[in-house]
Write a protein that binds this ligand. Structure first.
Ligand code: FES
Length: 176
């Protein structure tokens, strides 16, 4: 989710360099101008030469996550945004998996008692499946800080060079 300029100032104030609201932290990567992202709604970018990231704008908020769905590499930039049990999700266009925008959790519909008719279903979490990255805005410029949590997250499977080359090759062959 988006961090405000105040967040940047606060984190800068604890370092040795003087705080500045016009300088992003060093580990961030420029994505684009906020006005362009808001206009486009979704932007994808290869960040730091190693990560395909989707940055999207919804309801005044910016979010960033791995671009390919944890399930089978679906193109999340084409997914709809819907709310499930009060949680905003991107719905993968390939097999309709739901992924929360803020945490990257996979949601599924559970049935507690299959003998009770009509069936009552509940939205439950499978845990974090999609790697979420931090978005920061400085003076109208939008940056992403990659989530470097060392623990593997399922969407990592579609961020390898091998997958990228196979995926891109497939798209080229099919004229996409
Ligand atoms: S690839 Fe996203 S739901 Fe299957």
């Amino acid at each position: 989710m988006l961090s405000s300029e105040e967040d940047i100032s606060q984190s800068s104030s604890s370092s040795l360099s003087p705080p500045s609201s016009s300088t992003p932290p060093l580990s961030t990567h420029f994505i684009g101008r906020k006005e362009d992202i808001v206009k486009a709604g979704r932007v994808t970018k290869l960040v730091n030469g190693c990560r395909d990231v989707l940055v999207l704008h919804h309801d005044g908020q910016l979010y960033a996550m791995d671009m390919r769905c944890y399930h089978a590499g679906g193109a999340l930039e084409h997914g709809d945004i819907e709310e499930f049990n009060g949680r905003l999700c991107i719905v993968c266009p390939w097999h309709k998996y739901k992924i929360t925008l803020a945490e990257g959790e996979g949601l599924y519909q559970a049935v507690d008692n299959p003998t009770v008719k009509p069936l009552r279903t509940y939205w439950r979490s499978k845990g974090v499946k999609q790697r979420i990255h931090k978005v920061t805005e400085v003076n109208g410029d939008v940056y992403v800080t990659l989530n470097d949590l060392s623990e593997a997250i399922e969407s990592d499977n579609y961020q390898t060079e091998k997958y990228r080359s196979v995926f891109l090759k497939g798209h080229t062959q099919h004229g996409k």
